[in-house]
Design a binder for this molecule. Structure first.
Ligand SMILES: Nc1ncnc2c1ncn2[C@@H]1O[C@H](COP(=O)(O)OP(=O)(O)OP(=O)(O)O)[C@@H](O)[C@H]1O
Length: 595
């Protein structure tokens, strides 16, 4: 099977698997409420100040209808012009004060939201970085991507924009209800009569909307997953004429999102007209009662006007709260998903290795619920040895690398570093001992210096340049701004080979005891790959190097070669010995030489 074909089969297998992969958990309502409480507790002072501003703004705003009622009664009682003017001036004063508190509150609310969103974003990224790589991979790129980007943005939007609006409106509603009691306690009670109805309708809506929002967001994640897979594997999709299949998969996902959205819209179409009716009903009750009472002589005209004006004003903030409930639900669903990342249970990784002896003993391993791909395999690289692992495509070479690097745990048998299971060693500690370099390299949109010193924050420029030289990265010398050159697609884009050399330079700088290279020079053209490998070998002298290689050239120079076939080690020994033995390695060598 050619490399391209093997890649195609793997893509198809892995993509099909993505559906059944272990999704990250989603937090329940109680956990989400605790997350909200944590957000507020983290900036308690500012939150209290902002809420006080909102309350003051609401209090000064209800002064207007109450004072208006006073003016009406004052006119009826024969107030002088000066008295009327004084109350009107008071009204203007209240409006001005309300405006100032309102603006300050909004500004403070926005700042609070911005800071909370930033903390949330940092928190989730930090958490993802502490998760074992195997768990992150199983979560699926689409799901994780949606949680760390789309969901965090939705919560940020809720905290920054919707949050202050809803908080202001909620406080206004409460203050307005209190005001109806201040105007007249009996009318206040009448205004409250529609509350049970409102609570019932809202509760019913929220109960049905929460799962609907969660389902809609999950469907969006799955769409991102499917489209991402088609995108990443575009060449393979074309090579295997899988366009129709992929298109159908995309349509299928989009259809699910559409169905979920329609369900939500239907829920809202039921809820909002009901809300409007309840508002109107409340106003009708207060107008009717205060009107009848006024004509009966039990109420002054001013009190009736004040009660009706206050009740009219209840509708606006109530609607503002309810309309934004939708965004709040979206934000709540997004927060539940972000909080879910914190709920991922991982075994405590606190084992402390004694030395740098690494070994696999009788390990079996398979992906997910799939069959074993390694069968009782043992491999013991000697300390300081350069061991090359070769074998046909799909034999299990990369899987060996993953077990040695502690990304996955064996099903049975042991993968030990310094006498303890590799997968039990804390990520930070493990990275001091082992670095795995694969074909996937990431070039950060940052300077060359920043791209390098993430592997060794204390290294000076001379050390960074020496590391580049040690991996034969001559291109670095001709960069316009040297180590200060900005890298990344929008600045100075590196070729695949250059990005691989950058990754290898990071290994030199990180200086771990054990380096695992999984086809780490595959993107470099074969002629230069030899130079890079020789330079790297010199740089890594004294380290244990386990290299997975397709190019058998690398094997020739190794201390020892391990040949893997169908998940088992079938031969080990130095090049000359294996060649003379005339077994699997000799066949591979001759085939490679012939090619
Ligand atoms: N993430 C995965 N999910 C499911 N199966 C996988 C996954 N990765 C590898 N496999 C399967 O495990 C087996 C061993 O794969 P592995 O990548 O270790 O082989 P390899 O020798 O490194 O192959 P290659 O030389 O093509 O990279 C193959 O059958 C492969 O299809």
């Amino acid at each position: 099977m050619s490399r391209n074909e093997s890649g195609g089969v793997k893509l198809a297998e892995r993509d099909a698997q993505a559906d059944t992969e272990q999704r990250l958990p989603v937090a329940g309502a109680a956990e989400t409420r605790r997350a909200v409480a944590r957000i507020f507790a983290a900036d308690k002072g500012r939150a209290t100040l902002v809420l006080s501003m909102y309350t003051l703004a609401a209090v000064f705003s209800v002064a207007l209808p109450i004072l208006l009622g006073e003016v009406v009664d004052g006119i009826a009682a024969g107030w002088s012009l000066a008295e009327i003017n004084a109350v009107c001036a008071l009204i203007v004063g209240c409006v001005a004060v309300q405006f100032v508190f309102g603006r300050l509150g909004r500004l403070g609310g926005y700042r609070f939201g911005e800071r909370a969103a930033a903390r949330l974003r940092e928190g989730v990224v930090e958490r993802v970085l502490t998760l074992p790589l195997g768990r992150v991979e199983r979560a699926g790129k689409g799901d994780l991507g949606t949680r760390t980007a789309t969901d965090v943005n939705a919560v940020a939007d809720m905290l920054r924009d919707q949050g202050p609006t809803v908080a202001t409106a909620l406080i206004e509603v409460v203050v307005l209800y209190i005001a109806t009691f201040v105007v007249d306690p009996v009318l206040g009670l009448w205004a409250l009569t529609t509350i049970p109805l409102l609570a019932m309708v809202t509760r019913r809506y929220l109960r049905r909307a929460r799962p609907a929002f969660l389902e809609q967001r999950a469907a969006m994640s799955e769409t991102a997953e499917t489209l991402g897979a088609s995108n990443m594997g575009a060449r393979t999709v074309a090579g295997f004429a899988m366009q129709d299949e992929r298109r159908e998969a995309g349509y299928g996902r989009a259809d699910t999102v559409y169905t979920k959205m329609i369900r939500l819209i239907k829920l809202q179409l039921e809820f909002f007209p009901l809300l409007l009716m309840i508002n109107r009903f409340q106003l009708m009750i207060v107008v009717l009662v205060s009107g009848l009472w006024y004509f009966d002589g039990g109420l002054t005209l001013g009190t009736a006007v004040a009660a009706i004006t206050v009740t009219v004003r209840i509708a606006n903030p109530t609607n503002a709260v309810m309309t934004r409930l939708t965004e709040f639900q979206q934000g709540g669903a997004a927060l539940a998903r972000i909080e879910g990342v914190n709920l991922v249970t991982t075994t405590e990784r606190d084992a402390d290795p004694d030395g740098s002896d690494i070994r696999l003993d009788a390990v079996t391993f398979g992906y997910g619920d799939g069959p074993d791909v390694l069968h009782g395999l043992s491999l013991h690289p000697r300390v300081g040895e350069r061991l090359v692992v070769v074998g046909p495509s799909g034999a299990g070479k990369s899987t060996i690398a993953r077990l040695l690097a502690g990304i996955d745990r064996p099903r049975t048998g042991t993968a030990h570093l310094g006498g303890v299971p590799v997968a039990d060693i804390g990520i930070e500690r493990l990275r001091q001992s082992i670095v795995l370099v694969t074909q996937e390299h990431y070039v950060f949109a940052a300077t060359l210096r920043e791209n390098l010193d993430l592997a060794a924050p204390d290294a000076d420029d001379a050390a960074l340049l020496a590391a580049l030289e040690q991996v034969d990265a001559r291109w670095a010398a001709s960069l316009p701004d040297g180590l200060d050159t900005m890298l990344g697609d929008e600045h100075h884009a590196l070729s695949i080979a250059e990005a691989q050399q950058l990754a290898l330079a990071r290994v030199v700088l990180a200086d771990p005891d054990i380096v695992i290279l999984d086809e780490a020079t595959a993107g470099i053209d074969p002629a230069s790959a030899g130079n890079v490998e020789a330079a790297l070998a010199a740089a890594l002298g004294g380290r244990t190097v386990i290299a997975i290689a397709h190019q058998l050239q690398a094997a020739q120079a190794a201390d020892r070669i391990a040949v893997v076939e169908a998940g088992r080690i079938v031969e080990t020994g130095p090049h000359d010995e294996l060649l003379a033995a005339g077994g699997v390695y000799a066949d591979l060598w001759h085939a490679w030489k012939g090619a």
